[in-house]
Design a protein around this ligand. Structure first.
Ligand code: UDP
Length: 263
């Protein structure tokens, strides 16, 4: 089923990236919460786009998310190449905090799902301290297999939060997991937040503002965690593909998400 979008977006290889700035994004999600409409938020980056172009099932997951925000600097750049720039980068980590801030005004509740047990516990404690008017409806670690999905989904559903943050693996257990259980979870706003809990709990550091301004957050993460190199090989491939496509970067390459992997 196609998702109806009532906000401006620019497609990058056919995947619709929102053209709302941070404030508009928060306003939009607040409305979705008021209307209790299931909304999967993807904080999209070039690694995810490249994975989607290689795996039709993943393409469909992203395509059917109600909202994809431009999290990666590479996406902001690609939208400029398209001649239809997004107003700003909407980083998942910042959006999480903005939603918590808005949640203070509206007395929302949040469920935290993902990361190691000690990390998610510390995240719950710190978020509770920083945003005391947001109720922590529940939390649990992100290390469980499909056999536990049903119990986890039930626990979230019973906790009935307004927001669900999922900190797992974007390419496997995060976005595809949310997409699969979107209806069953019964939560209005569900968002994949990757390594955000580790940063909130003080286990890892976010890139300094200077790196962020230069669009080099990925470089900072690569330097601190060289094991990310494999995954990051997608970045130069994305850049090349965008340059080759030029203004046609908006177009969905033949086959992506439809008849099989792109060759
Ligand atoms: N994680 C998890 N379950 C898994 C795999 C990963 O809960 O099966 C957690 C991991 O502990 C970390 C987060 O998911 O907190 C992923 O962080 P990473 O920095 O790799 O994600 P990115 O920000 O690059 O998407």
């Amino acid at each position: 089923m196609d998702v109806k979008r009532d906000y401006p977006a620019v497609p990058i290889f056919g995947l619709p990236f929102s053209k709302m700035d941070m404030a508009q994004t928060v306003g939009y999600l607040a409305r979705r919460i008021e209307e209790r409409r299931p909304t999967q938020v993807v904080t999209g980056n070039p690694i995810m786009v490249m994975a989607a172009l290689e795996r039709p099932d993943y393409y469909r997951v992203l395509e059917q998310a109600e909202l994809i925000v431009p999290d990666g600097a590479g996406i902001v750049w690609a939208s400029r190449v398209a001649g239809d720039p997004v107003p700003e980068r909407v980083a998942g980590f910042d959006l999480l905090h903005e939603l918590m801030r808005e949640g203070e005004r509206r007395c929302w509740s949040v469920y935290l799902l993902g990361a190691r047990q000690d990390v998610v516990e510390e995240t719950a404690r710190r978020l509770g301290e920083r945003y005391p008017l947001v109720r922590i409806a529940g939390y649990r670690n992100g290390y469980f297999g499909p056999e536990e999905d049903e119990a986890v989904v039930r626990a979230v559903r019973e906790a009935a939060p307004d927001l669900l943050f999922v900190a797992r693996d974007a390419l496997t257990t995060q976005e595809p997991w949310i997409a699969r259980y979107k209806e069953a979870l019964g939560v209005p706003v569900m968002m994949g937040v990757g390594g955000s809990f580790d940063v909130i709990a003080g286990r890892t550091k976010r890139a300094p503002a200077s790196f962020q301004r230069l669009g080099l957050e990925w470089l900072y993460r690569l330097l601190r965690q060289p094991s990310r190199a494999g995954r990051m090989a997608a970045l130069p491939r994305f850049a090349l593909k965008v340059l080759r496509a030029g203004r046609n970067v908006t177009e969905r390459p033949g086959g992506a998400g439809e008849n099989g992997p792109e060759r």
